[in-house]
Design a protein around this ligand. Structure first.
Ligand code: ARG
Ligand code: ZN
Ligand code: CA
Length: 243
């Protein structure tokens, strides 16, 4: 009960090609990115515009790689319906999902970089999927998704964060210190990016829960941190991870 949340991580690699069989060091590079992004020690954290620097958060959650599972398969792509999470469907079942974050690395297909399960779902499919090509600080993957931020975004969802635009036009992400966004932003929008939602304000395009390029996203907010932290206390939806 020292208040520290350390998330054990199991990475499940499903591969057909040698490139999909990402290396141990590539996997560790992804864990390192998560540790930086969730403790505000990412080198670009200092790039937060002054307007938003007061709400930039050290989420203070860390990740520890405990195991890598690998399986050779004949599938060329896995889609987004959880087949990779199920031995009977050719994938790999999650390991101890109520006490471990399971990450699957595989080819998803359809231009999808990753997807996640929100808290409260079935433990048999709990975890996040990150396409092998966008996994880690990748030399194989090319910009703009090669800095490991797909996993930071997906783990945000796994910790109950919504997209910053609330998946609706000028929608609500249930976080009070993130500004209202019209819709998803892509690329690296120049600051200030003036919203077309009223009243007039700038959008926080550098938030991990937008859709910008990896180099364009580098912050969570205090409000997002509060949503994430609430999961891990007694009675929270991920209290199995303990504090
Ligand atoms: N499209 C994915 C999702 O909705 C992830 C987007 C990640 N963005 C990035 N720059 N890596 O979950
Ligand atoms: Zn998302
Ligand atoms: Ca908000």
């Amino acid at each position: 009960v020292n208040g520290k949340v350390v998330i054990p991580v199991v990475v499940n690699v499903l591969y057909r090609t040698a490139a999909e069989n990402i290396s141990d060091s590539q996997i560790q590079s992804q864990i390192n990115v998560l540790n930086k992004d969730f403790t505000a020690t990412n080198s670009d954290f200092k790039s937060i515009p002054a307007e938003f620097s007061g709400v930039g958060a050290n989420v203070d959650i860390t990740f520890e790689l405990v195991k890598i599972n690998r399986k050779s398969t004949t599938k060329t792509s896995w889609g987004t319906r959880d087949a990779m999470k199920n031995l009977k469907r050719g994938g790999l079942d999650p390991t101890s999902p109520t006490t471990t974050l399971n990450v699957w690395a595989c080819t998803i297909g359809g231009g999808i970089l990753g997807y996640a399960q929100f808290p409260g779902g079935s433990s048999s499919t709990d975890g996040v999927v990150v396409d092998s090509f966008y996994f880690g600080l990748s030399s194989a993957a090319s910009a703009p998704y090669n800095l490991g931020r797909t996993a930071s975004h997906e783990v945000g969802h796994w910790m109950n964060l919504r997209h910053i635009w609330g998946d609706a036009s000028c929608g609500n992400d249930l976080v009070s210190d993130t500004p209202i966004h019209k819709t998803a932003n892509f690329g690296v929008p120049a600051y200030p990016f003036v919203s077309t939602c009223l009243p007039i304000h700038n959008e926080m395009t550098m938030n991990y829960m937008d859709y910008t390029d990896d180099k364009g996203m580098f912050m969570f907010t205090n409000g997002q941190k509060a949503r994430m932290s609430a999961l891990f206390v007694s009675g929270g939806a991920r209290s199995g991870f303990g504090i």
